[in-house]
Design a protein around this ligand. Structure first.
Ligand SMILES: [Cu+2]
Length: 244
């Protein structure tokens, strides 16, 4: 019982933190071209969701080219029924090593999606890129992206200068920061899912007990994250209000 209540608390805490994080994140970024990684953990396999939120000053989008940072050596773009997708290959000189230690002499430098039917302003679309993230924790990965429209284009290639807030940029390049290996929202979700499955069979009860010992720590972590999220969210909102 205790475990179940703690688990519920954990879920609530995590949900609150996620909601606040989402609000803080989505408020300034919703209209831009953005990248949402499924995980930011060093060395992890991630799916990067590239989102296009509007056209160029109202003109429909015809093409999106996403340049891959040099730290990423392999990319598998998802197909999309409404777009043709093409990978631009570049030669690596000197060669680099891939995740398995094999020498590679070329990589995907950019991915281009070309619309079969232009994406009207006021509608969004997303593109999935499967990649392996580099090991360098703390590094910022930048994905300069050019959006071409029936009329004009938007080059999402601006990077904040030292001390500058990315929110101040008009056309910020999508980017995210690599975090410590294993420390991810994805990992938490797996943990929750596995304890969920454990209810019922014998084998699961053992695993459930093990998880129960950890629940206290997880609950505290979730609550701390929740409070942090509220503080960050408040700061983001305050910052936004100041500007308007
Ligand atoms: Cu925008």
């Amino acid at each position: 019982m205790r475990v179940h209540r703690a688990r519920r608390l954990l879920v609530r805490g995590a949900a609150a933190a996620a909601l606040v994080a989402l609000v803080a994140w989505a408020a300034p970024a919703s209209a831009h071209v953005t990248i949402t990684p499924s995980t930011t953990a060093a060395g992890a396999f991630a799916v990067l969701e590239v989102s296009v939120g509007h056209g160029c000053d109202g003109s429909p989008t015809t093409e999106i080219t996403i340049r891959m940072p040099p730290e990423i050596t392999s990319v598998t773009p998802a197909r999309n029924a409404l777009w043709d997708v093409e990978k631009e290959i570049e030669t690596l000189d000197p060669p680099a090593a891939d995740a398995h230690g094999n020498e590679i002499d070329e990589r995907v430098a950019s991915v281009t999606y070309t619309a079969r039917t232009p994406l009207p302003d006021g509608y969004r679309d997303t593109f999935g890129l499967a990649v392996q993230l580099p090991e360098d924790e703390g590094a910022t990965l930048v994905f300069p992206t050019v959006q071409t429209c029936e009329e004009g284009e938007s080059a999402w290639i601006e990077v904040p200068a030292d001390g500058q807030d990315a929110d101040e940029l008009e056309l910020p390049a999508p980017s995210f920061v690599i975090t410590a290996a294993g420390e991810t929202a994805h990992g938490t979700a797996t943990e929750e899912a596995s304890t969920e499955h454990d209810d019922g069979d014998d084998q699961g009860d053992d695993a459930g007990d093990d998880a129960g010992d950890d629940v206290g720590a997880w609950t505290i972590a979730a609550l701390v994250l929740g409070v942090l999220g509220v503080v960050l969210g408040g700061a983001a909102l305050a910052g936004q209000r100041r500007r308007t």
